[in-house]
Design a protein around this ligand. Sequence first.
Ligand code: ATP
Length: 252
Amino acid sequence: MDNLPEKHSVIYSESTMPLVGIFNVKNITKVYRMGEVEVHALLGIDLELYEGELVVLLGASGSGKSTLLNILGGLDVPTSGEVFFRGHNLQNASDAELTRFRRNCVGFIFQFYNLIPSLTAKENVALVTEIARHPLRPEDALNLVGLKERLNHFPAQMSGGEQQRVAIARAIAKRPEVLLCDEPTGALDYQTGKLVLEALEQVNQELGTTTVVITHNAGIAAMADRVITMRSGQITNVKLNKEKLSPTQLEW
Ligand SMILES: Nc1ncnc2c1ncn2[C@@H]1O[C@H](COP(=O)(O)OP(=O)(O)OP(=O)(O)O)[C@@H](O)[C@H]1O
């Protein structure tokens, strides 16, 4: 196991990527309390995420990946420690500010797509673009994930991978600065999973959206700029991929 560098930015020192920090996580812990029982889900996480990078977050079940992602996205709060988004401490934000942060800055993708069955792909995406400040057109968002031929299809008329790509289009149509993906290919077979990963890569490259992808699948790690491994509530390894692969080259 490599030692975690004291300053994560050290590991980009040989790269040409611009190093603009977007998230700065300082020593966060998370304890879930259920009656007498306490679960220590995060045990002191320090992490910096940079503009435009694609990070894969690996770790066994229960290692704290979703807890960390939910805290980054303002869906949950740490028990102690601080999370800064572009220098703003999320712990000091009011409920209204947190809602704005989630609405304007963060896109979420989950294992299940949560599309509205009675709306077409385009209408599912339009739901978000109608309330966003500077949205993409739904057609353009769907085109970006390779679905321009499916605009008027309903979820039931699409494969799992296509539905997940509609969910990606919906998440990125508001042009979020960060895309947080929790097991986006968890319910998909190999080929379909690859198409979804291609869509995520496309969004990352075309829009420069900072992207974090949680997975159990170490085979996906090769498409990341950085791979962060968690174990038992801690980060145990951070690895820079000097030559990342495209999703079509991945094998698992
Ligand atoms: N709402 C909750 N209440 C109590 N305990 C929780 C809650 N959410 C998560 N936990 C516990 O916190 C720990 C970390 O869970 P988390 O979901 O973050 O792990 P994970 O790495 O994402 O796992 P998986 O890969 O299975 O989704 C686990 O022990 C889990 O049981």
